[in-house]
Write a protein that binds this ligand. Structure first.
Ligand code: UD1
Length: 420
């Protein structure tokens, strides 16, 4: 069992280049199935979820791996796709295994899999994904925890209105419809930048998708797609994580290679805390004062609002702020599990239902804590950086799902952190 050992109290200084976006890379790796040719993905993050996606591709008969001669370049060839069934073990490795449903059904008209695993942050049903596939002519049978999808003829385009702008459902519908017969129109679509990235990738492969990034996406089915070389967008959540770590520990950093407008809602919260975030086209120049101010209320919501994925580490930074901060978690119903661990470090947080109230304390203390999930784990690291003494964070495997060697990134900024 690996752990992160962090000696808190060191201010962060320096610059960091942000990794490629996990939430863009995973649907795109699944999308490569639709191309049936070689796909080269640059800035692909080397995180454990990427390796899980590659294992799924291998299990389906495709080749997938990192090019050892070029950093962060993934090469996938799906011309030898020979299966449409994914084992329960592989499905459970991550939530994003669900993208293989849209990609496989779109390519072969058939797929069989169990329900996806992933971080335990809420129920995370897939009813919206399944209802959409049914509208496109797919017969979906759910029994004994497995999902069977079958479509005798080609999938047909449909008008699909989402009851909630689900990111995963929007992406799955795009995957299923890009090779379908006719036009698919998604209304109340999710607007997250990762959806734009997926559409850009598919369009580069010969797809015809318009409107991604807005509430209505129109997909004209095309006969076939081809391979391409594509660069994954920078990870806005990882960028925000390193800013939150700096807000927590104090200091001055530059986060390079990011798209600052993707994290405007988070930067606005950092500014309310007393931090300064100047941006250029691809860099955030960030400085955090020694003491932070509380933020009245932070509501997580869909893009371009404050992301649920940033809630835990921004909360960690606010543990030592002056005053009371209130969080309302509107996306996932079980996303406050880090609060219990933060309390072990001396934080004063009460959480009930959707609401968490953080009363700022003078100091946090190093403690033995366990990452409850990916972003909650990053939150514990952010808190440990500002705590007095040594913290030991277990459950590092959650953090590794989304961050490329977080300990190297943070120690390059001057943090005293190591993995044991
Ligand atoms: C994606 C992100 C995740 C992020 C989340 C919200 C990826 C790989 N993951 O997750 O990091 O936290 O968006 O920005 O991109 N829902 C249903 N039925 C469905 C689908 C969703 O009720 O069929 C509900 C969920 O339970 C949740 C809400 O909709 O309450 C949002 O979920 P969704 O946008 O689908 O998130 P994910 O795609 O799972």
């Amino acid at each position: 069992m690996q752990r992160l050992i962090i000696n808190g109290g060191k201010r962060l200084n320096g610059e960091i280049t942000v990794q490629g976006a996990k939430n863009a890379a995973l649907p795109i790796l699944a999308a490569s199935i639709l191309c049936g040719e070689e796909v080269t993905l640059k800035r692909c993050p080397e995180i454990s979820d990427t390796y899980s996606a590659m294992r799924i591709l291998n299990s389906l008969g495709c080749s997938a791996g990192f090019d050892s001669s070029a950093g962060n370049t993934a090469v996938v060839n799906t011309s030898s796709l020979s299966r449409f069934e994914i084992t329960d073990k592989l499905m459970r490795e991550m939530r994003s295994s669900i993208f293989f449903m849209g990609a496989l059904i779109g390519k072969t008209g058939e797929c069989r899999m169990s329900f996806p695993g992933g971080c335990n942050i809420g129920q995370r049903p897939i009813d919206i994904h399944i209802a959409a596939l049914k509208k496109m002519g797919v017969t979906v049978t759910e029994e004994y925890g497995s999902i069977d999808c079958f479509c005798r003829n080609k999938l047909r385009g449909a008008k699909i209105t989402l009851s909630f702008p689900s990111v995963g459902a929007t992406e799955n519908i795009i995957l299923a419809s890009v090779l379908a017969e006719g036009t698919t129109v998604i209304t109340n679509a999710a607007r997250e930048p990762e959806i734009v990235c997926l559409a850009d990738f598919l369009n580069k492969c010969g797809g015809n998708i318009n409107g991604a990034g807005g509430g209505t996406i129109v997909i004209e089915g095309v006969k076939e797609l081809h391979g391409c070389e594509f660069e994954i967008m920078p990870d806005r959540i990882a960028a925000a994580t390193y800013l939150a770590c700096t807000a927590s520990a104090g200091g001055e950093i530059a986060v390079r290679g990011c798209i600052p407008r993707h994290i405007e809602a988070v930067n606005s919260v950092f500014e309310q805390m007393g931090c300064i975030a100047h941006t250029s086209a691809d860099t955030v120049f960030f400085s955090a004062p020694r003491s932070l101010r509380a933020v009245d209320i932070i509501r997580t919501t869909v893009y371009p609002g404050f992301p649920t994925d940033c809630q835990a580490f921004v909360m960690a930074a606010l543990c030592r702020a002056e005053g009371t901060s209130v969080f309302v978690e509107n996306i996932f119903e079980n996303r406050y599990r880090h609060t219990e661990e933060l309390r072990r470090m001396g934080a004063n947080i009460r959480a009930e239902g959707k609401v968490a109230v953080v009363e700022g304390v003078k100091r946090l203390y190093g403690a033995k804590v366990a990452a409850p999930d990916l972003r909650g784990g990053a939150g514990l690291a952010a808190a440990a950086l500002s705590a007095e003494g040594t913290s030991e964070i277990s459950g590092v495997e959650y953090i590794d799902r989304g961050y490329e060697e977080i300990e190297n990134a943070l120690s390059s900024l001057g943090a005293d952190i190591k993995r044991v």
